[in-house]
Ligand binder design. Structure first.
Ligand code: FE
Ligand code: FE
Length: 193
């Protein structure tokens, strides 16, 4: 497409973030499954629902502008999600894996915060107040998600560190959400803890 105006730039970025959100809705179910901390899994679940609403908001904006989302590829998010896939393939104690999942998810949120921040500013400059308020709602959700992840990291990073300090029973020390049978990483619980 040609990018001759701020409006063109705005629509191009909107397409980019639409593709990003679609990819994120496909990635989040894997994070929900992989997280051992129930609080973390719930946070991913909540954000999946928000992300679906964010896609609806974007499609509302496209409709209002008389544009279509098209088939743009968001290479930035694609790269972040590919690294996330690599993380999921690693063998790690539960809390270490959770810490890694948080780090990856925060990369996604920071990318989105940056993208929606630009979009919101451009919509202001272009004089589109209805679009601004839709983008602002999404931007707030991304910021809140980032804050929630930071809070969860406070506990999970400490658990990951404690696990590493007594590596020989790292797998039995980590609290497990699903008990001994359903988890692929936990081997059981220690009666001492
Ligand atoms: Fe999002
Ligand atoms: Fe997000």
């Amino acid at each position: 497409m040609s990018m001759q105006s701020l409006e063109d730039l705005f629509v191009d970025k909107l397409k980019d973030v639409h593709d990003a959100e679609k990819r994120i809705t496909r990635a989040l179910p894997k994070l929900i499954k992989a997280a051992s901390s129930e609080a973390l899994s719930n946070a991913f679940e909540k954000h999946l629902q928000e992300t679906q609403q964010q896609i609806d908001r974007l499609e509302q904006i496209f409709g209002d502008l008389g544009k279509s989302p098209g088939r743009k590829t968001c290479h930035g998010i694609m790269g972040i999600l590919e690294e996330g896939e690599e993380t999921l393939g690693q063998n790690a104690p539960e809390a270490v894996m959770d810490a890694a999942l948080i780090a990856g998810a925060q990369e996604v949120e920071h990318y989105e915060i940056s993208a929606y921040g630009c979009l919101k500013t451009w919509a202001e400059v272009l004089g589109k107040p209805d679009v601004v308020s839709l983008l602002e709602r999404t931007l707030d959700e991304e910021k809140k998600t980032d804050e929630t992840l930071t809070k969860l990291a406070g506990t999970i990073n400490s658990q990951a560190k404690d696990g590493a300090e007594s590596e020989h029973h790292a797998t039995v020390m980590m609290p497990t959400r699903r008990g001994g049978n359903g988890s692929s990483r936990a081997t059981g619980r220690s009666s001492k803890h």
